[in-house]
Write a protein that binds this ligand. Structure first.
Ligand code: LLP
Length: 378
Protein backbone atom coordinates (compact mmCIF):
# COMPACT_ATOMS: atom_id res chain seq x y z
CA UNK A 1 0.00 0.00 0.00
CA UNK A 2 1.33 3.37 -0.97
CA UNK A 3 2.22 5.63 1.93
CA UNK A 4 1.14 7.89 3.53
CA UNK A 5 -2.19 6.50 4.62
CA UNK A 6 -4.52 6.50 7.58
CA UNK A 7 -4.84 3.09 9.17
CA UNK A 8 -8.10 2.51 11.10
CA UNK A 9 -8.42 -0.23 13.67
CA UNK A 10 -12.15 -0.99 13.47
CA UNK A 11 -11.99 -3.42 16.37
CA UNK A 12 -10.72 -0.67 18.64
CA UNK A 13 -13.44 1.63 17.28
CA UNK A 14 -16.08 -0.95 18.22
CA UNK A 15 -14.57 -1.46 21.68
CA UNK A 16 -14.56 2.29 22.20
CA UNK A 17 -18.20 2.56 21.14
CA UNK A 18 -19.05 -0.32 23.50
CA UNK A 19 -17.40 1.51 26.37
CA UNK A 20 -19.12 4.82 25.63
CA UNK A 21 -22.55 3.21 25.27
CA UNK A 22 -22.09 1.10 28.40
CA UNK A 23 -21.03 4.07 30.51
CA UNK A 24 -23.85 6.35 29.35
CA UNK A 25 -26.69 3.82 29.31
CA UNK A 26 -27.42 3.76 33.07
CA UNK A 27 -28.24 7.47 32.87
CA UNK A 28 -30.27 7.30 29.66
CA UNK A 29 -28.05 9.86 27.96
CA UNK A 30 -28.40 10.39 24.22
CA UNK A 31 -25.07 10.25 22.35
CA UNK A 32 -24.31 12.00 19.09
CA UNK A 33 -21.08 11.55 17.19
CA UNK A 34 -19.36 14.80 16.15
CA UNK A 35 -18.83 14.12 12.46
CA UNK A 36 -16.23 16.88 12.21
CA UNK A 37 -13.72 14.64 14.02
CA UNK A 38 -13.73 12.08 11.22
CA UNK A 39 -16.21 11.88 8.36
CA UNK A 40 -14.86 8.66 6.84
CA UNK A 41 -17.92 6.71 5.58
CA UNK A 42 -16.66 3.36 6.89
CA UNK A 43 -16.36 4.77 10.41
CA UNK A 44 -19.63 6.67 10.14
CA UNK A 45 -21.53 3.54 9.16
CA UNK A 46 -20.11 1.66 12.15
CA UNK A 47 -21.12 4.50 14.44
CA UNK A 48 -24.63 4.95 13.05
CA UNK A 49 -25.17 1.17 13.29
CA UNK A 50 -24.67 1.51 17.05
CA UNK A 51 -27.60 3.88 17.31
CA UNK A 52 -25.70 7.09 17.95
CA UNK A 53 -26.99 10.33 16.49
CA UNK A 54 -24.85 12.74 14.46
CA UNK A 55 -23.62 16.21 15.34
CA UNK A 56 -22.89 18.16 12.16
CA UNK A 57 -21.40 21.57 11.41
CA UNK A 58 -22.12 21.96 7.71
CA UNK A 59 -24.73 21.03 5.16
CA UNK A 60 -22.27 18.60 3.63
CA UNK A 61 -21.81 16.89 7.00
CA UNK A 62 -25.59 16.57 7.34
CA UNK A 63 -25.69 15.05 3.86
CA UNK A 64 -22.82 12.64 4.64
CA UNK A 65 -24.47 11.62 7.93
CA UNK A 66 -27.73 10.85 6.11
CA UNK A 67 -25.88 8.83 3.46
CA UNK A 68 -24.14 6.83 6.17
CA UNK A 69 -27.26 5.70 7.96
CA UNK A 70 -27.94 8.34 10.62
CA UNK A 71 -31.64 9.05 10.86
CA UNK A 72 -32.67 12.71 10.36
CA UNK A 73 -34.36 12.62 13.75
CA UNK A 74 -30.95 11.99 15.38
CA UNK A 75 -29.10 14.86 13.69
CA UNK A 76 -28.15 18.08 15.43
CA UNK A 77 -26.58 20.88 13.44
CA UNK A 78 -24.32 23.55 14.99
CA UNK A 79 -22.04 26.29 13.66
CA UNK A 80 -21.76 30.08 13.89
CA UNK A 81 -22.09 30.56 10.12
CA UNK A 82 -24.82 28.38 8.65
CA UNK A 83 -25.60 29.53 5.11
CA UNK A 84 -29.17 29.90 3.81
CA UNK A 85 -28.63 26.95 1.49
CA UNK A 86 -27.40 24.75 4.35
CA UNK A 87 -30.33 25.75 6.58
CA UNK A 88 -32.79 24.98 3.83
CA UNK A 89 -31.20 21.59 3.20
CA UNK A 90 -31.38 20.66 6.89
CA UNK A 91 -34.97 21.89 7.21
CA UNK A 92 -36.09 19.95 4.15
CA UNK A 93 -34.64 16.80 5.74
CA UNK A 94 -36.39 17.49 9.07
CA UNK A 95 -33.31 17.18 11.22
CA UNK A 96 -33.86 16.92 14.95
CA UNK A 97 -32.43 20.27 16.02
CA UNK A 98 -30.42 23.32 14.98
CA UNK A 99 -27.96 24.40 17.66
CA UNK A 100 -28.17 28.15 17.15
CA UNK A 101 -25.43 30.58 17.95
CA UNK A 102 -27.00 34.04 17.53
CA UNK A 103 -30.32 35.86 17.16
CA UNK A 104 -29.62 36.92 13.56
CA UNK A 105 -29.12 33.24 12.71
CA UNK A 106 -32.42 32.26 14.38
CA UNK A 107 -34.19 35.00 12.43
CA UNK A 108 -32.88 33.60 9.15
CA UNK A 109 -33.88 30.05 10.15
CA UNK A 110 -37.35 31.38 10.99
CA UNK A 111 -37.69 33.15 7.63
CA UNK A 112 -36.66 30.02 5.74
CA UNK A 113 -38.96 27.81 7.85
CA UNK A 114 -41.86 30.18 7.04
CA UNK A 115 -41.06 30.03 3.34
CA UNK A 116 -40.92 26.21 3.39
CA UNK A 117 -43.95 25.81 5.65
CA UNK A 118 -41.85 23.99 8.26
CA UNK A 119 -41.26 24.32 11.98
CA UNK A 120 -37.59 24.49 12.97
CA UNK A 121 -36.62 22.88 16.25
CA UNK A 122 -33.74 24.73 17.84
CA UNK A 123 -31.54 24.79 20.91
CA UNK A 124 -29.76 27.95 21.89
CA UNK A 125 -26.03 27.43 22.19
CA UNK A 126 -25.08 29.29 25.32
CA UNK A 127 -21.56 30.53 25.88
CA UNK A 128 -21.34 29.67 29.58
CA UNK A 129 -18.06 31.46 30.23
CA UNK A 130 -16.41 28.31 31.59
CA UNK A 131 -12.72 28.02 30.76
CA UNK A 132 -11.81 24.58 29.42
CA UNK A 133 -8.09 25.14 30.15
CA UNK A 134 -7.07 23.53 26.90
CA UNK A 135 -5.19 24.89 23.87
CA UNK A 136 -6.54 28.40 23.13
CA UNK A 137 -7.45 27.40 19.57
CA UNK A 138 -9.83 24.74 20.89
CA UNK A 139 -11.32 26.64 23.83
CA UNK A 140 -14.80 27.75 22.86
CA UNK A 141 -16.81 28.51 25.99
CA UNK A 142 -15.34 31.78 27.25
CA UNK A 143 -16.64 35.21 26.41
CA UNK A 144 -13.82 36.20 24.09
CA UNK A 145 -14.81 33.35 21.72
CA UNK A 146 -17.17 33.79 18.79
CA UNK A 147 -19.32 30.84 19.87
CA UNK A 148 -22.80 30.82 21.34
CA UNK A 149 -25.14 33.38 22.86
CA UNK A 150 -23.54 35.27 25.74
CA UNK A 151 -25.20 34.93 29.13
CA UNK A 152 -25.97 38.63 29.20
CA UNK A 153 -27.95 38.24 25.96
CA UNK A 154 -29.82 35.06 26.76
CA UNK A 155 -33.07 36.60 28.05
CA UNK A 156 -33.34 38.88 25.04
CA UNK A 157 -32.87 35.93 22.65
CA UNK A 158 -35.37 33.73 24.50
CA UNK A 159 -37.95 36.55 24.40
CA UNK A 160 -37.43 37.08 20.69
CA UNK A 161 -37.73 33.36 19.97
CA UNK A 162 -41.05 33.15 21.80
CA UNK A 163 -42.42 35.58 19.20
CA UNK A 164 -41.47 33.33 16.28
CA UNK A 165 -44.29 30.92 15.45
CA UNK A 166 -42.18 28.62 13.28
CA UNK A 167 -39.37 28.21 15.79
CA UNK A 168 -39.73 25.65 18.54
CA UNK A 169 -37.23 26.08 21.35
CA UNK A 170 -36.23 22.60 22.54
CA UNK A 171 -33.37 23.33 24.83
CA UNK A 172 -29.96 24.76 25.47
CA UNK A 173 -26.63 23.61 24.15
CA UNK A 174 -23.06 24.00 25.32
CA UNK A 175 -19.65 23.09 24.02
CA UNK A 176 -16.77 24.57 25.96
CA UNK A 177 -13.76 23.08 24.20
CA UNK A 178 -11.92 19.96 23.23
CA UNK A 179 -9.23 17.61 24.61
CA UNK A 180 -10.39 18.19 28.19
CA UNK A 181 -8.99 15.62 30.61
CA UNK A 182 -9.70 17.37 33.90
CA UNK A 183 -13.19 16.31 35.04
CA UNK A 184 -13.49 19.37 37.29
CA UNK A 185 -13.92 21.43 34.11
CA UNK A 186 -17.07 19.45 33.30
CA UNK A 187 -18.22 19.81 36.89
CA UNK A 188 -17.94 23.59 36.40
CA UNK A 189 -20.04 23.29 33.25
CA UNK A 190 -22.72 21.31 35.15
CA UNK A 191 -22.93 23.94 37.86
CA UNK A 192 -23.24 26.74 35.33
CA UNK A 193 -25.87 24.77 33.37
CA UNK A 194 -27.89 24.38 36.57
CA UNK A 195 -27.82 28.13 37.18
CA UNK A 196 -28.86 28.90 33.61
CA UNK A 197 -31.58 26.29 33.62
CA UNK A 198 -33.12 27.54 36.86
CA UNK A 199 -32.95 31.11 35.60
CA UNK A 200 -34.94 30.06 32.52
CA UNK A 201 -37.36 27.90 34.51
CA UNK A 202 -38.07 30.86 36.77
CA UNK A 203 -39.21 32.70 33.65
CA UNK A 204 -41.48 29.81 32.70
CA UNK A 205 -39.24 28.49 29.93
CA UNK A 206 -39.38 24.69 29.80
CA UNK A 207 -36.51 22.91 28.10
CA UNK A 208 -37.15 19.27 27.21
CA UNK A 209 -33.54 18.85 26.02
CA UNK A 210 -30.09 19.89 27.18
CA UNK A 211 -26.91 19.22 25.24
CA UNK A 212 -23.46 19.34 26.83
CA UNK A 213 -21.48 19.08 23.58
CA UNK A 214 -18.26 17.08 23.50
CA UNK A 215 -14.73 17.68 24.65
CA UNK A 216 -13.57 14.55 26.48
CA UNK A 217 -9.83 14.19 25.87
CA UNK A 218 -7.66 11.18 25.02
CA UNK A 219 -4.16 10.08 26.03
CA UNK A 220 -1.83 11.17 23.21
CA UNK A 221 1.27 10.20 25.19
CA UNK A 222 0.36 6.64 26.11
CA UNK A 223 -2.07 5.35 23.48
CA UNK A 224 -1.29 1.68 24.22
CA UNK A 225 -1.82 2.05 27.95
CA UNK A 226 -5.06 4.03 27.51
CA UNK A 227 -6.60 3.09 24.17
CA UNK A 228 -10.11 3.82 25.48
CA UNK A 229 -10.93 7.07 27.31
CA UNK A 230 -12.50 7.00 30.75
CA UNK A 231 -16.12 7.42 29.65
CA UNK A 232 -17.31 6.27 33.06
CA UNK A 233 -15.60 9.16 34.87
CA UNK A 234 -16.97 11.55 32.24
CA UNK A 235 -20.62 10.50 32.41
CA UNK A 236 -20.49 9.99 36.18
CA UNK A 237 -19.43 13.63 36.52
CA UNK A 238 -22.53 14.79 34.69
CA UNK A 239 -24.82 12.45 36.60
CA UNK A 240 -23.42 13.65 39.94
CA UNK A 241 -23.45 17.36 39.22
CA UNK A 242 -26.35 17.86 36.84
CA UNK A 243 -29.81 16.69 37.69
CA UNK A 244 -32.07 16.91 34.66
CA UNK A 245 -35.52 18.43 35.00
CA UNK A 246 -38.42 15.96 34.96
CA UNK A 247 -38.56 14.27 31.57
CA UNK A 248 -35.56 16.21 30.27
CA UNK A 249 -33.30 14.39 27.79
CA UNK A 250 -29.55 14.96 28.19
CA UNK A 251 -27.43 14.89 25.01
CA UNK A 252 -23.69 14.71 24.29
CA UNK A 253 -21.69 15.23 21.10
CA UNK A 254 -18.48 13.24 21.35
CA UNK A 255 -15.90 13.40 18.59
CA UNK A 256 -12.28 12.89 19.54
CA UNK A 257 -12.89 10.44 22.38
CA UNK A 258 -14.70 8.01 20.06
CA UNK A 259 -12.28 7.93 17.13
CA UNK A 260 -8.85 9.36 18.00
CA UNK A 261 -7.12 6.19 19.15
CA UNK A 262 -8.36 3.95 16.34
CA UNK A 263 -6.48 5.96 13.69
CA UNK A 264 -2.77 5.99 12.90
CA UNK A 265 -0.98 7.84 10.14
CA UNK A 266 1.50 5.49 8.45
CA UNK A 267 4.34 7.11 6.52
CA UNK A 268 7.67 6.06 5.07
CA UNK A 269 11.08 7.60 5.67
CA UNK A 270 12.32 9.19 2.46
CA UNK A 271 15.66 10.47 3.69
CA UNK A 272 17.73 10.73 6.84
CA UNK A 273 19.64 13.95 6.87
CA UNK A 274 22.44 14.62 9.31
CA UNK A 275 22.46 18.34 10.13
CA UNK A 276 25.06 20.28 12.11
CA UNK A 277 23.09 20.06 15.31
CA UNK A 278 20.13 17.91 14.38
CA UNK A 279 19.36 14.69 12.66
CA UNK A 280 16.24 14.78 10.49
CA UNK A 281 13.99 11.90 9.49
CA UNK A 282 12.18 13.23 6.44
CA UNK A 283 8.85 11.47 5.85
CA UNK A 284 6.60 11.17 2.84
CA UNK A 285 3.75 12.53 5.04
CA UNK A 286 3.52 16.23 5.76
CA UNK A 287 1.43 18.84 7.49
CA UNK A 288 -1.05 18.55 4.64
CA UNK A 289 -1.76 14.97 5.79
CA UNK A 290 -1.81 15.75 9.53
CA UNK A 291 -2.09 19.39 10.52
CA UNK A 292 -2.40 19.13 14.29
CA UNK A 293 1.31 19.40 15.23
CA UNK A 294 1.79 22.48 13.01
CA UNK A 295 -1.47 24.20 13.99
CA UNK A 296 -1.74 23.41 17.70
CA UNK A 297 1.80 22.28 18.52
CA UNK A 298 0.04 18.99 19.27
CA UNK A 299 2.02 16.00 20.50
CA UNK A 300 1.56 12.67 18.70
CA UNK A 301 3.53 9.59 19.64
CA UNK A 302 5.85 8.55 16.80
CA UNK A 303 7.15 5.00 16.33
CA UNK A 304 9.44 3.30 13.85
CA UNK A 305 7.68 0.06 12.85
CA UNK A 306 10.65 -1.35 10.92
CA UNK A 307 13.85 -0.82 12.88
CA UNK A 308 14.93 -2.55 16.07
CA UNK A 309 18.32 -0.84 16.28
CA UNK A 310 19.42 1.20 19.33
CA UNK A 311 17.70 4.58 19.58
CA UNK A 312 18.91 7.95 18.29
CA UNK A 313 17.21 11.33 18.34
CA UNK A 314 15.48 12.71 15.27
CA UNK A 315 13.46 15.71 14.26
CA UNK A 316 10.67 14.00 12.35
CA UNK A 317 9.60 16.29 9.51
CA UNK A 318 7.54 16.30 6.33
CA UNK A 319 8.36 17.37 2.77
CA UNK A 320 6.37 20.65 2.75
CA UNK A 321 8.12 23.99 2.25
CA UNK A 322 7.30 25.28 5.75
CA UNK A 323 9.33 25.05 8.92
CA UNK A 324 6.12 24.24 10.82
CA UNK A 325 6.00 20.99 8.85
CA UNK A 326 7.40 19.03 11.77
CA UNK A 327 5.76 16.11 13.61
CA UNK A 328 8.14 16.05 16.56
CA UNK A 329 11.49 17.39 17.67
CA UNK A 330 14.24 15.31 19.30
CA UNK A 331 12.15 12.16 19.07
CA UNK A 332 13.95 9.02 20.25
CA UNK A 333 13.57 6.36 17.56
CA UNK A 334 15.46 3.17 16.78
CA UNK A 335 18.20 4.09 14.26
CA UNK A 336 16.16 4.97 11.21
CA UNK A 337 16.85 4.42 7.53
CA UNK A 338 15.31 5.26 4.20
CA UNK A 339 12.27 3.05 3.61
CA UNK A 340 11.39 2.47 7.28
CA UNK A 341 7.69 2.65 8.14
CA UNK A 342 6.74 5.26 10.70
CA UNK A 343 3.52 5.31 12.74
CA UNK A 344 2.12 8.58 14.02
CA UNK A 345 -0.38 7.55 16.64
CA UNK A 346 -3.75 8.82 17.87
CA UNK A 347 -4.67 10.38 14.53
CA UNK A 348 -8.25 9.16 14.13
CA UNK A 349 -9.72 12.51 15.18
CA UNK A 350 -9.04 15.75 13.30
CA UNK A 351 -6.45 13.98 11.14
CA UNK A 352 -7.82 12.85 7.80
CA UNK A 353 -10.60 15.47 7.92
CA UNK A 354 -8.10 18.30 8.15
CA UNK A 355 -5.89 17.00 5.34
CA UNK A 356 -5.44 19.30 2.36
CA UNK A 357 -3.82 19.33 -1.04
CA UNK A 358 -1.30 22.01 -0.08
CA UNK A 359 1.69 21.93 -2.45
CA UNK A 360 -0.70 20.02 -4.74
CA UNK A 361 0.11 16.86 -2.87
CA UNK A 362 -2.23 13.89 -3.06
CA UNK A 363 -4.62 13.28 -0.19
CA UNK A 364 -3.58 10.41 2.08
CA UNK A 365 -5.09 6.96 1.50
CA UNK A 366 -7.03 4.87 4.00
CA UNK A 367 -6.87 1.29 5.13
CA UNK A 368 -9.19 -0.50 7.56
CA UNK A 369 -8.39 -3.47 9.73
CA UNK A 370 -10.56 -5.82 11.76
CA UNK A 371 -7.54 -7.61 13.13
CA UNK A 372 -7.28 -5.61 16.32
CA UNK A 373 -3.51 -5.64 16.05
CA UNK A 374 -1.21 -2.93 14.91
CA UNK A 375 -0.40 -3.15 11.19
CA UNK A 376 3.27 -3.69 11.57
CA UNK A 377 4.29 -4.12 7.98
CA UNK A 378 1.39 -3.60 5.66
N1 LLP B 1 -19.73 19.85 19.52
C1 LLP B 1 -19.32 21.03 19.03
C2 LLP B 1 -20.28 22.13 18.91
C3 LLP B 1 -17.97 21.20 18.63
O1 LLP B 1 -17.58 22.38 18.16
C4 LLP B 1 -17.06 20.12 18.77
C5 LLP B 1 -15.65 20.26 18.37
C6 LLP B 1 -17.54 18.90 19.28
C7 LLP B 1 -18.88 18.81 19.65
C8 LLP B 1 -16.67 17.68 19.43
O2 LLP B 1 -15.68 17.89 20.35
P1 LLP B 1 -14.68 16.70 20.78
O3 LLP B 1 -15.50 15.65 21.52
O4 LLP B 1 -14.07 16.15 19.55
O5 LLP B 1 -13.70 17.36 21.64
N2 LLP B 1 -9.28 20.39 15.33
C9 LLP B 1 -9.07 20.46 16.76
C10 LLP B 1 -10.36 20.20 17.55
C11 LLP B 1 -11.48 21.13 17.18
C12 LLP B 1 -12.76 20.83 17.92
C13 LLP B 1 -13.89 21.60 17.35
N3 LLP B 1 -15.17 21.35 17.93
C14 LLP B 1 -7.99 19.47 17.15
O6 LLP B 1 -7.43 18.82 16.27
O7 LLP B 1 -7.65 19.36 18.32
Amino acid sequence: MQTPYYYYDLTLLERTLDAACLASRPYGYCLHYAVKANADPVLLRRISARGLGADCVSGNEVERALECGFSPSSIVYAGVGKSDREIEFALRHDIFCFNCESLPEIEVIHDIACRLGKVARIAIRVNPNVDAHTHHYITTGIEENKFGVYLSDLDRVVNAVSEMPRIRLLGIHFHIGSQITDMSVFRGLCLRAREIQSRLHARGVVLPHINFGGGLGVDYEYPDEHPIPDFRAYFDTFSRFFEPAAGQQVHFELGRSLVAQCGTLIARVLYVKEGERRRFAILDAGMNDLLRPALYQAYHKIENLTSTLPALKYDVVGPICESADCFGKEVALPATRRGDLIAIRTCGAYGEVMASRYNLRDLPGTIYSEEGIFPCKI
